[in-house]
Design a protein around this ligand. Sequence first.
Ligand SMILES: *Cc1c(COP(=O)(O)O)cnc(C)c1O
Length: 393
Amino acid sequence: MIDQYDGEPMAAGKYCPADKSRAWIELDRTALTSNIALLRSILPKRCRLMPAVKANAYGHGAVLISRECSRLGIDSFCVACAEEGAALRQAGIQGVILILGYTHPDAFPLLARYDLTQTLVDYPYALLLEEYAEASGIRRLPVHLAVDTGMHRLGVPAHQREQLKSICGMKHLRIDGVFSHLGAADLISPQGKSFTQAQIETFMSAAKKLREFLPEAKLHLQSSYGILNHPELTLDYARPGIALYGMLSTEEDTRDCPLPLAPVLSLYARVASLREIRPGETAGYGLRFQTSSPRRIAALSIGYGDGLPRGLSNGAGEVLLSGRRAPIVSPVCMDQTLVDVTDIPEVTAGSIATLIGRDGGEQITACELARRLGTISNEILSRLGSRLPRTFS
Ligand SMILES: *Cc1c(COP(=O)(O)O)cnc(C)c1O
């Protein structure tokens, strides 16, 4: 039963866009619950999860995922930008919502309006925010202080002791947390491991000094790979993203992962129409698919406009129908995709194709798509489009 479209309840009897008529995403509640329990089980008891629900919860649906996490006792979330945080508040999500990235000063009013916690991305930015808070009569604007421990993306460089100290003295900011981000926690090479070790030590030593000024500040450092490779760290929060969604970034890492993570997301599309192609005829755009034998072609109602990567065109990708693999033929279109179902005669209009997920004994994972496309599962998932209805199955 589908009763939600991107988190909004559907009025009874009204046209329901979250139906299964075209292409859609189904979320597995049991898998999410189990992934959360597994991550909690390897972390110290005092360490709380602060899931990364940025980019629409890696394409899963930020409101649906955050609500489910809230039900499971999670009370802190990370997003990428103020707009994502505001959308969660508007949907009624409570607790800490940390913006991991930059908020332009024009958008600073969103912070107090939606009770969002801003990351201090560097020293000049902290000055700007302090100035804004003072000018707006805000007594204590909640922030987390990012420390750059070697990734050189965001944060005050750990060796800038004066800047860090000065930030701690800012009267209109309330520094609720101090954090950093690991840039190579997925590497198992000696070089990668020693880089991560150095980042951990730099963070711990900076945190220790900052704690003199900020005894209450929460500390956090690990994302998914950091949790898995360094579960022993005793910090206040961990920020899992991809692992929460049931995989790691690559097939090999997911296979070697010590935790039996389960994918939360499945992606389906309906077969819209079927036709026979005679030898010598082509199908789809660009005359890219030409047959020398009679073929049966199915048009799926999903395309790159839904986030199905166009790189899967011309045989680079497959879908599941009746538990068997059917190759994608010709270029993926914006709203349609052609697959060759010559060997799967039971396929009819209305059949359901699995693009990510299981069908019978076969499975296509986001990691498989990532391998075929030379990217990581995170990108495949986070680019799934807003046109796809999402629901827990
Ligand atoms: C995206 C992000 C995370 C989550 O990363 P995963 O590798 O998906 O677990 C954690 N922390 C920061 C700062 C991030 O940007």
